[in-house]
Design a protein around this ligand. Structure first.
Ligand code: F6R
Length: 261
């Protein structure tokens, strides 16, 4: 795992946007794994800017979402398919029909989940999977105690997550759906590159646990420790609980020129 400590949230967003832009430029048919929530927004804005300035095209890309709420109307502003279109994909030239998410309206949800895993495989797998981290250490919506080998499936959100996400629902956690469909930890691990972004003081504890704590289902993000190519981009605030922060800074400063993130 590589930890990049950026000076502030803007610098962290730039690091993440640069990695994604590189994949989009290099791969003939890049598959981007997209997260929602607030953490990736700065990176999305930078990628939109690059597109608008004519230096980056997503016309040959596809996108797959990490997760989706169950029970929201499809056009609800906080449905993740709506969110990602509004915040990112409708503002670049990535074809709308190549933005995929789990089908949470299917009568047979377990079958829809299996189909989603198959779809990702049929696309050739995810080139770079962007991740945020929840206050309880979740990635996607894999809450603590999730199997480290899990596949896409329905999950129940913890009260902590519902309360954290109430800010998107006019501060009423009772409006935050209880159920979600999320890529499993095993599904996420199949992406070729895992790229996490976390900024601010609320991420100190989950980042410390995920990066330097034990590999455990109680901190689902610790599963990044199993991945051969995982990058965790944090700002100084989110990095403040990392025991080896100086080492991560040193390693990044002296990274060989030929080595990409
Ligand atoms: C969203 C997702 C979640 C968020 C996490 C952090 O698609 O998968 O794991 O990344 O809840 O949310 P923010 O970024 O809003 O703090």
């Amino acid at each position: 795992m590589e930890v990049v400590i950026a000076a502030d949230p803007d610098a962290a967003a730039q690091v993440v946007a640069d990695v994604i832009a590189h994949v989009v430029r290099e791969r003939p048919a890049p598959v981007l794994g997209l997260a929602t929530g607030s953490s990736p927004l700065g990176a999305y804005r930078r990628l939109i800017d690059a597109h608008e300035s004519g230096t980056l095209s997503f016309a040959h890309a596809s996108a797959v979402l990490l997760d989706e709420y169950v029970g929201l109307p499809a056009d609800h502003p906080e449905a993740y398919r709506t969110f990602i279109r509004r915040e990112f994909t409708d503002r670049i030239d990535l074809p709308t029909e190549r933005v995929f998410g789990p089908d949470v309206t299917a009568a047979d949800l377990p079958d829809a989940c299996r189909r989603y895993d198959r779809l990702i495989a049929d696309l050739g797998g995810v080139d770079v999977q962007l991740l945020g981290i929840g206050g309880d250490g979740h990635i996607g919506f894999n809450e603590p105690s999730s199997s480290l080998a899990s596949r896409t499936r329905i999950k129940t959100l913890t009260d902590t997550t519902r309360s954290d996400n109430a800010r998107f629902f006019e501060d009423d956690e009772y409006d935050v759906p209880r159920h979600v469909v999320t890529q499993g930890l095993g599904t996420i691990l199949e992406a070729r590159h895992l790229l996490m972004i976390a900024t601010g003081a609320s991420k100190v504890e989950p980042i410390a646990q995920a990066v330097e704590g034990p590999l455990t289902a109680m901190c689902p993000a610790s599963v990044l420790q199993l991945h051969p190519h995982a990058t965790v981009v944090v700002d100084e605030a989110a990095a403040s609980g990392l025991r080896l922060a100086d080492y991560y800074r040193e390693a990044y400063t002296h990274k060989p020129d030929w080595q990409q993130l």
